[in-house]
Unconditional design. Structure first.
Length: 277
């Protein structure tokens, strides 16, 4: 597609592009917003360099795409409920997103997209984020595997990462979300098929014996983690905002910079409908 109000520098032939010529601190003209939206659908991951945003400007950009999401672990962070702080220091026991996942698929309606604005990066380098194209993941499956997965439903459980990995209890009297989604979904805007299981949240496949479910999920998760052609790599610099389509991607924040620090803030946009086959 030829864009009139912006330019793109693609990261790979199928996923990831840097957007040139856009200042997110200013209100976006409608035509430019339409082109950003189309570029996001086309490339799934958009990177905006050299942005200087306050929180209101960050949230205003997010709201152009819909209402903002409140993270299930927000009670442990405090502050603005629509801003998720992503902070890693020498004292951190973990870094958010250190493993392949799609954001908050435990929700009944997961976020449709997330925008991470990073203002502090490790002085020694590192801290990149990998993104994987779940359209291409589906395309690379054999016809036999596609037929097997079609119609299957998986359980996505927030307790897996939030309690199991991060060891953060839910608010008193509450539990983390747990919901069921098709293993193969269809993107509501592009109509493309998506492999929709991830290591962060997917616990098991309904209707299978435990060993069958675990064997199938392990093979799919290993396929995603060990197939470099699915991915692009975003190298962070201070004042970079990256916006990804959470419906058709996974990402992995690489924690290779200990004991150095990285800081960013994330805004996520509420989905408009449940993932559907």
């Amino acid at each position: 597609m030829n864009y009139q109000t912006l330019a793109l520098k693609t990261l790979t032939p199928h996923i990831g592009a840097e957007v040139i010529g856009v200042d997110l601190s200013r209100p976006l003209p409608d035509e430019q917003f339409k082109e950003i939206h189309q570029a996001w659908l086309d490339w799934k991951v958009l990177v905006f360099r050299d942005q200087h945003l306050d929180r209101d400007q960050h949230k205003a950009f997010g709201r152009r795409f819909g209402n903002l999401h409140v993270h299930p672990m927000q009670h442990s962070y405090g502050g603005d409920p629509e801003i998720l702080a992503v902070k890693t220091t020498a004292k951190s026991k973990y870094t958010a997103g250190d493993g392949w996942h799609t954001d908050v698929t435990c929700d009944e309606i997961p976020p449709l997209g997330s925008m991470l604005y990073v203002t502090e990066t490790p002085e020694v380098g590192g801290g990149d984020t990998l993104f994987a194209d779940m359209y291409l993941a589906y395309e690379l499956l054999s016809d036999t595997m596609k037929e097997l997965l079609d119609g299957l439903v998986a359980v996505h459980d927030g307790a897996l990462p939030y309690l199991g990995s991060y060891q953060v209890a839910p608010p008193d009297g509450q539990s983390y979300p747990k919901n069921e989604h098709p293993v193969i979904t269809t993107h509501p805007e592009t109509g493309e098929k998506i492999l929709y299981v991830n290591s962060g949240f997917t616990s098991h496949i309904k209707g299978m014996k435990g060993w069958e479910s675990q064997a199938l999920l392990k093979s799919l998760k290993d396929f995603i983690a060990t197939t470099p052609k699915l991915t692009c790599r975003v190298q962070w610099h201070p004042n970079t905002l990256t916006f990804w389509d959470n419906r058709c991607t996974q990402h992995h924040s690489v924690w290779d910079y200990y004991p150095h620090s990285r800081y960013g803030e994330r805004v996520s946009i509420l989905g408009q409908e449940r993932p559907a086959a």
